[in-house]
Ligand binder design. Structure first.
Ligand code: AHG
Ligand code: MN
Ligand code: MN
Ligand code: MN
Length: 335
């Protein structure tokens, strides 16, 4: 890999090579990256910037919002509303869609985001992130409405996340593999640091919140029991466990060294869905994982094939190393 390829250069070269990134989409991705730099700065200031702690408000899903949930949401909206590349945005932190105001030109893309993933880790200085997904507004529909967003994950034209950890790292796909960019703080730009990321098909590491075990369905319990049984059990090998409780950080580890991530059904959930949101978390992460050679299902079906019924829909998630995802999916009764 030649040295010093900035995100800008990478996107321009991709645009030239295979046309996967039209001009408006390139602008969109640059703007999202710029917004992530702003969020990264706020995260880094922490207590000095008065950005920690609760905002005392609730989002549409009944979660208490942290100050940074709201700050990150505002940074993304302000960065993206005026450029002419978007028709509307949707976010975990907004009840309904945000249509680009009339005073700005309307573009053809829809941007969805989890502005701040891992909210419970903000105040304890553990890695958090921003997750985003880009769709095209369906052709021929006048204006823009919520229904325009309800497209299967397989329709995404770009997806990625930015993780605010020891380094700030942007991970991106436009359907042509997964590339990683590390923020060079002196230069102020994201620089390409890894291309064609691949998740090994096998792993000895799983990530799940074990405290929920008593609420899981039998196939998930069986899978984890077998992992825990170690080399004397049916799997014949010892497994390690990691749970950061920021999906960005858990998925980032899986992209870097393999593993399987689960946020399964939970009998406490009325709709028997999981905790994670299909449109802002599961779809973008599933596409990244598939683009890196992994797999992602809700236990039965490929996540990217699910037709969303509503914007804030939740879904069970199993993603990561292909053979593990297929094994656990196989433990479920076919539909
Ligand atoms: P968010 O902070 O955007 O609401 O998402 C939190 C999610 C996800 O990042 C993580 O995998 C999961 O919640 C952790 O849940 P538990 O606290 O139940 O472990
Ligand atoms: Mn939340
Ligand atoms: Mn999240
Ligand atoms: Mn969030």
């Amino acid at each position: 890999m030649p040295k010093s390829i900035s995100l800008t250069r990478y996107l321009i070269e991709q645009q030239r090579a295979d046309g996967l990134i039209p001009g408006q989409l390139r602008l969109l991705l640059e703007v999202v990256a710029r917004a992530c730099k702003g969020i990264s700065q706020a995260v880094n200031k922490g207590a000095l910037g008065n950005v920690l702690g609760s905002a005392e408000s609730e989002n549409v899903q009944g979660e208490v919002q942290k100050k940074l949930d709201i700050i990150a949401n505002e940074v993304l909206i302000e960065a993206n509303e005026w450029g002419g590349h978007l028709a509307a945005m949707a976010s975990e932190e907004m009840d309904s869609i945000y249509v680009v105001p009339n005073r700005y030109p309307q573009g053809e893309y829809l941007l969805l985001f989890d502005p701040l993933d891992g909210s419970s880790n903000i105040d304890v200085n553990v890695s958090i992130g921003t997750i985003f997904s880009v769709l095209k507004k369906p052709e021929g529909s006048p204006g823009v409405q919520e229904a325009d967003f309800l497209q299967a994950g397989s329709k995404q034209v770009a997806a990625g996340y930015c993780i605010y950890g020891p380094q700030t790292t942007l991970v991106l796909t436009v359907g042509n593999g997964v590339a990683m960019f590390t923020l060079d703080r002196e230069q102020g730009s994201f620089m390409l640091t890894q291309e064609d990321i691949q998740i090994p098909a096998d792993t000895k590491e799983f990530a799940v919140n074990m405290s929920n075990m008593r609420h899981w369905d039998a196939p998930v319990k069986r899978y984890i029991d077998e992992c825990l049984a170690g080399k004397d059990g049916p799997r014949g090998k010892d497994f390690n466990m990691r749970w950061i409780a920021s999906m960005v950080a858990d998925v980032h580890r899986i992209l870097m060294r393999g593993g399987v991530f689960l946020y399964p059904w939970d009998k406490r959930e009325p709709e028997k869905a999981g905790k994670l949101r299909l449109m802002y978390e599961a779809n973008p992460m599933s596409w990244l994982v598939e683009q890196a050679g992994g797999a992602a299902t809700n236990g039965r079906q490929r996540i990217l094939d699910l037709e969303p019924g509503k914007l804030h829909e939740r879904v069970a998630v199993v993603l990561g190393s292909r053979n593990e995802v297929e094994r656990l999916t196989g433990y479920h009764e076919p539909l």
